[in-house]
Design a protein around this ligand. Structure first.
Ligand SMILES: [Mg+2]
Ligand SMILES: [Zn+2]
Length: 168
């Protein structure tokens, strides 16, 4: 199976300054993200969300807040005919030095372990951070960076998630 590894905040829904996340309890979808996810799914990709959520262990949001926000997001996507196969998140603070904080490979490793039929050579990753494109490069998969500027990594720079449909 081919998979779209999609970052969450700043890619599907609006992102905020760390401290502002305390007060955010529902997702605000970015323009075009629904349409983009629909096309991605119609092109035969299973969608897996991979997201750094260090705010949890930094004590800015609770695990419950994370779960409720994610549940609302998945529900809204589902109401629009978009099924997300799975969501993997890293709750750790940067200083914990876990192996799942993107660009470390843990989140994708977990997905590969849970879904052994993933065909990486047909899959892609998309996100709005350098860590997303760096992660994609570690697996050598097709990589898209939303408004990412880096000369260190190989990726296609796009302006929004919707932009991706030109390349699929
Ligand atoms: Mg992001
Ligand atoms: Zn982690």
């Amino acid at each position: 199976m081919k998979v779209a590894f999609v970052d969450r905040d700043g890619t599907i829904n609006k992102d905020y300054q760390d401290d502002d996340w305390r007060y955010i309890n529902k997702p605000e979808l970015l323009d075009g993200s629904l349409e983009a996810l629909k096309v991605i799914s119609q092109k035969g990709y299973q969608i897996i969300i991979i997201t750094n959520q260090y705010l949890i262990n930094d004590g800015i949001i609770t695990l419950l807040q994370y779960r409720e926000f994610t549940e609302k997001l998945l529900q809204e996507l589902n109401n629009n005919g978009i099924d997300i196969l799975d969501t993997f998140y890293c709750p750790h603070s940067r200083k914990e030095n876990c192996n799942c904080f993107k660009p470390k490979t843990g989140l994708v490793d977990m997905a590969l372990k849970k879904y052994p039929h993933i065909e990486l050579d047909k899959s892609f990753i998309v996100g709005d951070s350098v860590s997303d494109v760096e992660l994609g490069n570690k697996f050598g998969i097709m990589t898209f960076g939303i408004n990412v500027n880096s000369r260190l990594f190989v990726y296609t720079r796009i302006e929004s998630l919707l932009d991706i449909i030109k390349y699929l």
